[in-house]
Design a protein around this ligand. Structure first.
Ligand code: GTP
Ligand code: ZN
Length: 241
């Protein structure tokens, strides 16, 4: 379906005041990092206008079987377009930049740093349904540490995109490893996929667990065990989704 699809009655719609648009303008070109350098060209896309995005949502309202021109739905395209700015704000973030500032005055601290139970809100790229859960991130510093909130920000930056959980897990671990160059990184995600609970197979109480271990966490079983035992008490995706 084209994002620019128009629906009947669009021209007669009254203006819909009252919904403030986000202040920060979106870049017109969408640049997605290419998996391989040869894909670089194909990954630059033109962003539709706000009007085109709202038209696309009107089309989906019709597709759902409702009338986009009834009073309750008049502002919905604008609201949904605004909500997309929140749900997908990760595309505007650079995770490398988030980790750029680190601190070396750590008095030789070289034990594990663990951030447990980081709330995860992502969106499944197959159905555009929420993925809700928790992440646990640990690393073994190699002379420097990062501000601890930055690890949670990295989860946000990759989470607030269209994802599959395996890729999300790998991206978080890889960027910490690449930028901080620690002795090891361990990342575990536990999440409920609403595409499995609210539709399709309709299985509730199921969470998906993914992990990526790098460096010492991959090579040394006792380091990995220590990490796993430290997150043991907080297992579970949080009962949501
Ligand atoms: N591996 C993986 N699969 C996911 C993730 N999120 C959703 N899926 C699955 O992606 C699959 C897409 O399967 P398809 O057969 O193409 O889509 P579908 O017909 O809607 O599948 P059903 O969900 O089984 O109804 C489904 O099995 C989903 O459960 C994820 O993060 N990782
Ligand atoms: Zn899905």
């Amino acid at each position: 379906m084209s994002a620019a699809t128009r629906t009947e009655g669009h021209a007669e719609r009254p203006p819909s005041p009252g919904i403030a648009l986000p202040e920060r303008p979106l870049p017109v070109n969408i640049h997605l990092p290419a998996a391989r350098p040869e894909d670089e060209k194909a990954s630059t896309l033109q962003r539709p206008t706000q009007e085109q995005a709202e038209d696309a949502i009107r089309t989906l309202l019709l597709w759902a079987g409702d009338d986009p021109n009834r009073e309750g739905l008049l502002d919905t395209p604008k609201r949904v377009a605004k909500a997309y700015r929140e749900w997908f704000c990760g595309y505007e973030e650079d995770p490398v930049e988030l980790l750029a500032r680190s601190f070396e005055e750590v008095e030789g601290y070289d034990e594990m740093v663990l951030l447990r139970d980081i709330r995860v809100e992502s969106m499944c790229e197959h159905h555009m349904c929420p993925i809700i859960g928790k992440a646990h991130i640990a690393y073994l510093p190699n002379g420097r540490v990062v501000g601890i909130s930055k690890l949670a920000r990295v989860v946000e930056a990759f989470g607030k995109r269209l994802q599959i959980q395996e890729k999300l897990t790998a991206q978080v671990a890889n960027v910490i490893n690449d930028v901080l160059k620690p002795k090891g990184v361990a990342v575990v995600f536990e999440a409920v996929h609403q595409c499995m609970t609210t539709r399709g197979v309709h299985k509730t109480g199921v969470s998906m667990v993914t992990s990526r271990m790098l460096g010492a966490f991959r090579d040394d079983a006792s380091t990995r065990r220590e990490f796993l035992s430290m997150i043991q008490g907080s297992r579970g995706a949080g009962g949501e989704g």
